[in-house]
Design a protein around this ligand. Sequence first.
Ligand SMILES: Nc1ncnc2c1ncn2[C@@H]1O[C@H](COP(=O)(O)OP(=O)(O)OP(=O)(O)O)[C@@H](O)[C@H]1O
Length: 438
Amino acid sequence: MTDLESFWNKIKESFKNDVTSVTYNNLIDPAKIISFDDDLLTIELPSTFHKDYWVKSLTPKVQQYTFKEIGKNVTPYYIVESDQPTNHVPSKDTRSFKVDTALNPRYTFDTYVIGKGNQMAHAAALVVSEEPGKMYNPLFFYGGVGLGKTHLMHAIGNKMMEANSNTRVKYVTSEAFTNDFINAIQTGQQEQFRQEYRQLDLLLVDDIQFFADKEGTQEEFFHTFNALYEENKQIVLTSDRLPNEIPKLQDRLVSRFKWGLSVDITTPDLETRIAILRSKAQADHIDIPSDTLTYIASQVDSNVRELEGALSRVQAYSHLMKKSITTELAANSLKALKLEGVQTLTVEVIQEKVAAYYSLSVADLRGKKRVKQIVVPRQIAMFLARDLTDYSLPKIGDAFGGKDHSTVLHSIDKIEAEIKTNANLQEDVQNLKIELKP
Ligand SMILES: Nc1ncnc2c1ncn2[C@@H]1O[C@H](COP(=O)(O)OP(=O)(O)OP(=O)(O)O)[C@@H](O)[C@H]1O
């Protein structure tokens, strides 16, 4: 056994004491160690379901166990067996400064299902991939979580790479851009950083709402943006809201982001959700009847990531129970995983609880009265709706008597800011959360 394998076995042993045997056997044991370069620990997993689980739930534990074992802080990096590792695994030396596209080969136009909520965004993405730097620059996608913004931006990159493999493409999250920038300052490699970003043909920056408050990064990004734009290089950005709704984003960036096209992606309707599930089931060779697909699609209506998660859960359940997939099995598996419990929290339930808490009526919360006794509870209800459900801003607005999504956003921002200094408000929100949590 190599040192690497014996190290990995020790990490897995630590997991054994912390999780149930079902979790261990199904989700942890299949993980393989690929390499451990400097602080980068590359772990291979059998499916995207496993990868999502490791990213969301196991990363802090991997770091904790590794630190305990060898006294080092590590960054876990996950790859999926079926993906092409050359696109994904950044080597020790190239991570910061050579072009590592970081594109996910699974996120293509072919695997993207078009529906009412995303057809504009899809059409714009296609145009940009065919004529980059010409029509819509920058192209700005905005909308709620898990609705396909990242998928679409990768699809543009993959298509351009397919047309010309020498195209210099880079995908980063705004956080990765910030970290790269800070690293560059710390290691005195700002010039290399600039060269890397300013010589691209296509720059994809995900979740730019996290630039809020980061003055230095915004300054650097401003110059990166200008350099690319002046050379007619394409920039694609995503955010959960419109540029002018991102708090503390410099005006000059907001105005530049508006130069191109901003297009929103909204929640898919039932037909689109069924089509997405069907396409995923086909791609993963899952044998599943149509009525079961419809059932799953009707249970998860807020975001595509959760929809995929539900399908993976049903598949895993059928595997564990050694039974083929039926609607009954799907219902049991989603119930067993408390998915139904999570889904029952709706904006309507939140409105009822908040109204009762402040001795108001639900109609007051949904109405237009501007007296303080109603406005603040209304804002709290919107804040809780955003925090505890997956409803998009427009959908929350609808539930409050057809309010505009920017009104909802303003209310959420207001409560978020005030809660930091107002102890009574903090206590009220905490009490309501306790009442609302299943
Ligand atoms: N229209 C679609 N067709 C096929 N798959 C989709 C579609 N929309 C989303 N997905 C899938 O849903 C998952 C989540 O999508 P994605 O990560 O692109 O969402 P996002 O809008 O960027 O979310 P976030 O704001 O959380 O970053 C991905 O696995 C993606 O492939």
